[in-house]
Design a protein. Structure first.
Length: 190
C-alpha cells in the first residue's frame, strides 16, 4: 500500500471514527482521491485490513442499519494516532519535486495540527521550493551538456519548476488565509 493511501485512510478514520469502510469509500470518492491519489475504492478496504493488522486501527464495533449487512466500524489505536501525525507532518514539511499526492493528502487533514505549526511548515515549504527550483535549473544544465540524455528530458524539470512555482504561490496564499484566522485547527474552539 502506498504511503499516500496509508495517510489518507488513517486520516479519514481519525476524522470520522468510529467509521465503517463503506462510509469511508463513499466519502473519500467525493474528495476525488481516485484522481489525485490514485486510490481506488477497493484499496480503501485493503488499507483498512492492513492498518488493522499493523495495529494502527482496531474494530470499534458492528453497525446494523435496516436490512443492510453488518458493517464493522473502526477507530485509531493510540499507535495509529501517532503514526498518522508522523505521516501528516512528514508530508507537510517535505516538498516532493514530482509528486503532488503527499501535499494533497496533507491539505485534507492539516486541521489535525496546530495552526502555528501549519504556518511554520508553509514558510518552510516556500523556502524549500526555492531550493528545488534552483536544483531543477542545474538539472536542466546537466541535460543540455549530456551527450547521452535526450534533450526533451529537460521538460521534466521545466514542468516540475512550473508546478512548484504554482504550489509556492498557493502556499503563500494559504499561509495568509491561516494567519487571517481561516479554518479551525487542533486546540482551537469554535
Amino acid at each position: 500500500m502506498s504511503s499516500t493511501t496509508r495517510l489518507v485512510v488513517l486520516g479519514a478514520v481519525y476524522q470520522f471514527q468510529p467509521v465503517h469502510g463503506y462510509f469511508l469509500r463513499r466519502e473519500l470518492l467525493t474528495w476525488h482521491v481516485d484522481e489525485w491519489a490514485n486510490i481506488q475504492p477497493g484499496s480503501i478496504y485493503n488499507a483498512l485490513r492492513s492498518l488493522k493488522k499493523d495495529g494502527y486501527i482496531s474494530e470499534a464495533g458492528v453497525e446494523i442499519e435496516g436490512n443492510r449487512p453488518e458493517r464493522t466500524t473502526y477507530e485509531l489505536t493510540p499507535e495509529g494516532e501517532v503514526e498518522f501525525m508522523r505521516m501528516l507532518r512528514r508530508a507537510l514539511w517535505t516538498v516532493e519535486t514530482f509528486d503532488i499526492k503527499p501535499i494533497m493528502a496533507t491539505t485534507s487533514f492539516m486541521y489535525a495540527l496546530k495552526r502555528g505549526e501549519v504556518i511554520e511548515a508553509l514558510e518552510h515549504r516556500i523556502h524549500e521550493i526555492d531550493a528545488r527550483i534552483k536544483s531543477n535549473a542545474y538539472e536542466i544544465d546537466d541535460v543540455e551538456r549530456s551527450s547521452s540524455t535526450p534533450k526533451y528530458v529537460r521538460e521534466f524539470f521545466e514542468y516540475s519548476t512550473a508546478r512548484l512555482r504554482g504550489e509556492q504561490e498557493w502556499a503563500r496564499q494559504l499561509r495568509g488565509r491561516l494567519e487571517a484566522g481561516e479554518y479551525r485547527f487542533a486546540g482551537e474552539t469554535a
